[in-house]
Design a binder for this molecule. Sequence first.
Ligand code: C5P
Length: 321
Amino acid sequence: MSWSSSGGPGRIAGDGAVVARAPAKINVHLAVGPLRPDGFHELRTVYLAVSLFDTVTVRPGNGLALSVTGEGTTGTGPDAVPTDHRNLVWRAAELLAQRAGVALDATITIDKSIPAAAGLAGGSADAAAALVALDALWGTHATRGELAALAAQLGSDVPFSLHGGIALGSGRGEQLSPVLARRRWDWVLGIAGEGLSTPSVYAELDRLRDDGRVPDGGVLASPEPVIAALRSGPVSALAAALANDLQPPAVSLRPALRRALRAATDAGAPAAIVSGSGPTVAALADDEDGAVRLAAELAGMGVYRTVRAVHGPVPGARLVG
Ligand code: C5P
């Protein structure tokens, strides 16, 4: 790949900062196939980008420096956010600089609202926002397709964080086809105090399958019912179509999730599922007012560390300002 970096910097504010943000996601359908030889599982998933955003600010610098503020700065388990090469943003910067042939010079701040290790693709959102912001800072002028190719190398969910909206994901999740839906969907996210590691949830699924405790994944459930429901509703159709093969292993590793899921439907949510590999509970709401009421009710129950009323679809990683 040879990109022109001769155009100089892109959209840069007075102090040299470039800001981008990217959304969290919910998987409204997540069918997981058997373990592949490459260590990933074949997926059929329907991603929905929702209105909880991380912001990435990049400034000119000498070498690479990374800092994190907001959610995830106090975690000590899988939800601790590293500030070195283990952070996907660091790897995104290295990959873009290498492909574009520019020096790896940037001072990067990640301001997190999306909790880490929550099943909301927070790390992927950060990487997608970093690609967009650094492309502007460095003037690398990558096309959206070129950024998508880099995103796919960084992680299974990063292409969707770049894309946003609603998309059908296949392969390990990185191959996307857009899904168009005009209506808005309201949700409440019930966020747990402690994260879950994605690889351990997939490994638990493999164990449950080996023991014959859940179906083997040889036949992937069709995403069509959920896609049809997303397009035209009603809420009851989407409620009935929600499905996540990672829910049983997430509940197996974190039994408290059973109660967290029940709390949402007890509070009046038409349906609730574990988001991705969890442990966030995504509770569907009837509409915007319903989500506000549901959020208030769930906040009062004390089952979650925090709750957030969100809606989707929303756009993927974009420059801000
Ligand atoms: O692609 P990503 O880095 O997000 O994946 C993290 C881990 O989740 C992988 O190392 C793998 O253990 C698991 N995974 C999987 N199948 C997928 C996606 C992720 O087994 N399709």
